[in-house]
Design a protein around this ligand. Structure first.
Ligand code: NIG
Ligand code: FE
Length: 394
C-alpha cells in the first residue's frame, strides 16, 4: 500500500462533523476556518489550522473553498434496467404514485443481461461520485425471483459494501393474490441465496406491498440469516412500519413521509435513524414531512436520494439538501449533517460521514466558500474535487 500523503491546504471552511474540533465557533458541524487536512494511507491523518499543517508528499490548493466529508447516500435502488419517464410525466398531470409501478421495472430488469445491469449501476455510482457521494447503499428488489434477486445483490456487491436484500419490494405478477406464499419465498430460499452477498434486509411495508406481519416475517428471517434490518416505512400512509422498525432495532426507517406523534416518540427513544428522502416527495408530488418535529423530539435524521427509476430518478444529494432546507424546515447545517454524518449513522458506520483523524479519507471540495451554498444555490453543480478512501476520483 502506498504511504504517499497529500495535504489539502487553504481550506476556507472545513466541515469535520466532529464537535470536539470546532469548539464554540464550529457549532454542530465542527467547522474549522482557514484549515488544512492531511490524507495518508486512505485515512484522514491530520486536520487543523492551515499554518500548522505538517509537510506532505503532495499538496492540493483548496483556494479558500469549503471542504466537507463525502456524502453518504444511505438509500438507493441502482440495480435496474430501463426508465419510467412517462410515468413521471403522468404524475405531473395528476396521476398518483403507487407501488404497482415497480413491476414495470421488474419486467425490464429481468430481461436485461448481467452486463447491462453492471453498466447501469456503474454509471450511476460514477454520477454520484462526480457530485461528492463517496458511500452508497444499494438495494435489490427489481428481480423478485430467487435467481434474479441473487443476481442483483451479487452485482451490487461488486461496487459497494452496503448491499441490501429487498426481495420483499412488491409481490411479483406471478404471485398476485398469494402474498403469503411470496413472503414465505422471500423469507426462505430467496433470502438464503441473497444473504451471502448482503449486509442488510429491507421490506417495503405499505398498502399495495407488504403488511406489518409479512414485513416482520421477512425481517426476522433476515436477522436470523445474519443481516441487519432497515425499512421502507410510512411512505404513502401513516401505517405500522415505523413502529415495527423501532421494535426490531432497524438501523433506519426510510421515507417517514406520514408520521404520527407516536411514530416520532418511538424514533426519538430509539437508535433507529429517520431517513428522509426529499427527492421522492418532489418527484411524486407528495407532501413534505416536517423534519422539525423529528429534531424537536430528539430523533436522528439522515437525508438520502432513494435514486430509482420510479419514485425519484435523482442521484443528487445536493438537491436533497436544498429541498430539505426549503421545504422540510431543516437548517443548512442540519441538512449537510444529515447527508453526511446522518447517513453514516443510518448505515451504522463510524469510519465515514466525518473528517476526524482516522476517518476514511472521503473528502468533498466544494466550488463554494461555505456549506450553506448547497442550499443557497440549488441546481448549480458545486463539486470541485473528491477523494474516496484517499484516492482522488474527481
Ligand atoms: O423507495 N417505495 C418503494 N420503493 C422505491 C420506489 C421504487 C419504484 O417506484 O421503482 C422507493 O420509493
Ligand atoms: Fe426506496
Amino acid at each position: 500500500m502506498s504511504t504517499e500523503s497529500t495535504v489539502i491546504a487553504n481550506i476556507g471552511e472545513l466541515v469535520t462533523n466532529d464537535p470536539a474540533v470546532g469548539g464554540e465557533a464550529g457549532g454542530e458541524l465542527g467547522i474549522v476556518r482557514d484549515a488544512a487536512l492531511v490524507i495518508e494511507d486512505g485515512r484522514v491523518a491530520w486536520t487543523g489550522p492551515s499554518g500548522d499543517a505538517p509537510a506532505a508528499d503532495a499538496s492540493f490548493d483548496a483556494a479558500g473553498r469549503a471542504v466537507l466529508p463525502g456524502f453518504v447516500d444511505s438509500h438507493a435502488h441502482l440495480v435496474f434496467a430501463g426508465e419510467r419517464a412517462e410515468e413521471f410525466a403522468a404524475r405531473m398531470s395528476g396521476r398518483k404514485y403507487a407501488a404497482g409501478g415497480i413491476r414495470t421495472t421488474v419486467e425490464r430488469t429481468r430481461a436485461a443481461s448481467d452486463d447491462d445491469l453492471r453498466a447501469n449501476i456503474r454509471r450511476l455510482i460514477a454520477e454520484m461520485a462526480r457530485q461528492g457521494t463517496t458511500t452508497v447503499e444499494c438495494k435489490s428488489g427489481y428481480g423478485l425471483t430467487v435467481e434474479q434477486e441473487e443476481r442483483a445483490v451479487r452485482i451490487a456487491a461488486e461496487v459497494t459494501d452496503e448491499v441490501t436484500y429487498l426481495g420483499a419490494h412488491v409481490v411479483p405478477a406471478e404471485y398476485q393474490g398469494d402474498t403469503a406464499a411470496y413472503t414465505r419465498l422471500a423469507s426462505t430460499d430467496m433470502l438464503a441465496a441473497c444473504a451471502p452477498h448482503a449486509r442488510w434486509v429491507d421490506v417495503f411495508c405499505e398498502e399495495g406491498a407488504f403488511d406489518a406481519d409479512q414485513a416482520r416475517e421477512v425481517l426476522q428471517a433476515g436477522i436470523k440469516a445474519g443481516l441487519a434490518p432497515r425499512m421502507h416505512a410510512n411512505q404513502l400512509t401513516q401505517g405500522p412500519a415505523v413502529q415495527l422498525a423501532v421494535e426490531l432495532d432497524a438501523a433506519s426507517a426510510d421515507h417517514c413521509t406520514f408520521l404520527s406523534d407516536a411514530d416520532i416518540d418511538a424514533l426519538a427513544s430509539s437508535e433507529t435513524v429517520a431517513t428522509l428522502l426529499p427527492g421522492v416527495e418532489f418527484s411524486t408530488r407528495q407532501p413534505y414531512p416536517d423534519a422539525r418535529r423529528l429534531f424537536d423530539a430528539g430523533a436522528t435524521v439522515a437525508l438520502a436520494t432513494d435514486c430509482n427509476p420510479g419514485s425519484c430518478y435523482s442521484s443528487s444529494m445536493a438537491f436533497c439538501i436544498a429541498v430539505a432546507v426549503r421545504d422540510m424546515n431543516m437548517t443548512p447545517a442540519e441538512a449537510v449533517w444529515a447527508a453526511t454524518a446522518g447517513g453514516a449513522k443510518a448505515l451504522r458506520r463510524t469510519d465515514v460521514g466525518h473528517l476526524a483523524p482516522g476517518a476514511r479519507a472521503d473528502v468533498h471540495v466544494l466550488d463554494a466558500p461555505s456549506h450553506i451554498h448547497l442550499a443557497y444555490r440549488p441546481g448549480v453543480p458545486q463539486t470541485s474535487a473528491v477523494w474516496r478512501a484517499g484516492v482522488q476520483v474527481r
